[in-house]
Design a protein around this ligand. Structure first.
Ligand SMILES: *Cc1c(COP(=O)(O)O)cnc(C)c1O
Length: 379
């Protein structure tokens, strides 16, 4: 079955009670039992809810996974990975990872006795060198946010197998439409559904999928124990959104490719980071493990003031955090999404104050190009 057919039909049977073509929103906390412990498969919404179950099946199908687990945010999904760890364990993580992931790991989890190293996972040797006897989990984000460097998922899966590590891939930037980490050997794929999966900048949710029954059981247990879950209404909105994920991703990509080519030629733009450009250092790897290069572009301007001028002088491309929605956004990582990462650390890996990140939406390309043209003219 093709991606779009799965997106529309997987986990979406007509409602047996009414024939409704869409999965009903079962807005309830509890379920009446015929006898003690005798019920139709659901007893309390924190443990399970038919609308959430359908959304989980739908998303799992898109990642070619047997099991899927939704959470109330991408961060609570990542937090649930602690179900696989214990005090003393060591985690290796991509260096220029999402700022919130860095903050959760180093500010919340480290004080509980877990330890973390942030390494350039695009250098396989550096990953090997950082493994310790107590390393249990390898957390990779590819492409990274905001520098868009790519990590070889298959190479990471080999290392994980050799050292008995759980490999988790944050696939938020590609969405399941362009990249399927489980097919490349990852144990768990993670999404901030807030971004491309939901796609309309109107809701927060997170997701983990796996083919490993033991891992799935631990994640389900964490869902039940902590209850950081999307409501039935939110679960419904996830299914409503995945139906158009494929068509949206195609448009994000074709718009972004043309915009990257345009910016690459512009004399006021010092550097363009977009894995779809043949000049990108990981372009060849991207062509192997991805089916497209997505809608995220980062650009280096001459200096902070130039970045500031461009970010605040566009009409359609608005200054805001987040990404992956139908509307184009510009973000200043050093001052916004990645402000929690200390300046020395940001600069050590090339996240400069002159860097802007663009989330290219699905507006008409000509309007976006015109907006950039007039924005750059004002720099
Ligand atoms: C936004 C984001 C997250 C966090 O997800 P939330 O839904 O905001 O909690 C994690 N990873 C990446 C790559 C993100 O872009």
């Amino acid at each position: 079955m093709g991606f779009n057919t799965k997106a529309i039909h997987a986990g979406q049977p007509a409602d047996p009670a009414t024939g409704s073509i869409t999965v009903p929103i079962i807005q309830t906390s509890t379920f009446v039992q015929e006898g003690i412990g005798e019920h139709k498969g659901w007893d309390y919404t924190r443990a399970g809810n038919p609308t959430r179950d359908a959304a989980q099946l739908n998303l799992a199908a898109l990642e070619n996974a047997r099991y899927g687990h939704l959470f109330s945010s991408g961060m609570s999904a990542i937090h649930a990975l602690t179900a696989l760890l214990k005090t003393g364990d060591h985690v290796l993580c991509t260096r220029d990872v999402y700022g919130g992931t860095w903050r959760l790991f180093s500010k919340v989890l480290e004080p509980f006795g877990l330890s973390f190293d942030f390494v350039e996972t695009h250098h396989v040797d550096k990953v090997r060198a950082a493994i310790r006897p107590e390393t249990k989990l390898l957390f990779v984000e590819t492409p990274t946010n905001p520098l868009l460097s790519l990590t070889d998922i298959q190479a990471m899966a080999e290392i994980a197998k050799e050292h008995d590590l759980v490999l988790v891939v944050d696939n938020t930037f590609m969405s399941p439409f362009f990249q399927n980490p489980l097919d490349l050997g990852a144990d768990i794929v993670m999404h901030s559904c807030t971004k491309y999966i939901l796609g309309h900048s109107d809701m927060i949710a997170g997701f983990l999928a796996t083919n490993d029954a033991a891992i799935s059981e631990k994640l389900a247990f964490m869902q039940k124990c902590t209850g950081a879950l999307p409501s039935p209404m939110d679960s419904f909105l996830i299914m409503r959104s995945t139906k158009t994920l494929g068509v949206r991703m195609e448009r994000h990509y074709t718009n972004a490719m043309q915009i990257a080519l345009y910016l690459n030629e512009h004399k006021k733009v010092r550097k363009v980071h977009y894995p779809g450009l043949p000049s990108h250092p990981h372009h060849e790897l991207g062509s192997r493990q991805m089916r497209g290069f997505g809608g995220m572009i980062s650009i280096e301007m001459e200096h902070y003031e130039a970045a500031q001028a461009l970010a605040t002088h566009m009409r359609y491309i608005r200054l805001a955090e987040s990404l992956g929605g139908v509307e184009s956004l510009v973000n200043h990582p050093a001052g916004m999404t990645h402000a929690s990462v200390p300046k020395e650390q940001r600069e050590a890996y090339g996240l400069k104050d002159s860097l802007l990140r663009l989330s290219i939406g699905i507006e008409d390309l000509d309007d976006l190009l015109e907006d950039l043209e007039q924005g750059l003219a004002g720099v």
